[in-house]
Design a protein around this ligand. Structure first.
Ligand code: SF4
Ligand code: SF4
Length: 181
């Protein structure tokens, strides 16, 4: 941001979250002199946060675009004039990701915590107990040599288990929360 840096992303990056991340930065940096920048970026940040949390907000894409237009034209400084750019760019190139969050309550990148769950794949789990011994909040249960399972009510979606299991067994996967709702 503002320094010509290059960030490489792949399918595991949620573009709505990327837009939210950059907007949070500019929102914090706003000096507050111009009302559209001071209040508009705050409102945009709230909308983006609700989208990644799966809150029901039809029409948000259009609202974000409208707010962007007002902030860009109504701000005196370069920060306000460019703050909405990450949102407009991601809407332009990845609008389907916004629509998936809003309309289907799905994060295509399996990134947004409110929209995913973790699950043990029965046929892949060796019952090695690695995830069980290292679990942070007691969300995993199981016996030696038997398939483990995850209690989604206790899971805080930290991803520790998937890191521990991946590479050796790959027995834990992220799924859309919708799949077991
Ligand atoms: S680390 Fe993987 S293979 Fe081992 S018990 Fe946990 S889920 Fe099963
Ligand atoms: S994601 Fe974290 S809290 Fe959830 S089951 Fe895995 S290790 Fe436990």
């Amino acid at each position: 941001m503002g320094s010509g840096g290059l960030v490489v992303m792949d399918h595991r990056n949620c573009m709505v979250e990327v837009a939210r991340y950059f907007l949070e930065f500019t929102q914090n940096e706003s000096c507050g002199k111009c009302v559209p920048c001071r209040l508009g970026t705050k409102q945009m940040l709230e909308i983006l946060t609700e989208i990644i949390e799966g809150k029901d907000r039809p029409g948000d894409v259009e609202l974000l675009m409208e707010l962007s237009k007002g902030i860009k034209s109504g701000s005196l400084g370069g920060l306000g004039q460019s703050a909405p750019n990450p949102v407009l760019t991601t809407i332009n190139f990845f609008r389907d990701e916004y629509e998936a969050h809003i309309n289907e309550k799905i994060c295509p990148a399996f990134h947004c915590k409110e929209l995913i769950n973790y699950r043990v794949i029965d046929e892949e789990c060796d019952g090695c107990m690695l995830c069980l011994k290292s679990y942070p909040v007691g969300a995993i249960a199981g016996e030696k040599k038997k398939t483990h399972f995850i209690d989604t009510n206790k899971c805080i979606k930290c991803g520790t288990c998937i890191e521990l299991c991946s590479g050796k067994y790959d027995a834990i996967e992220r799924i859309h929360a919708e799949e077991n709702s």
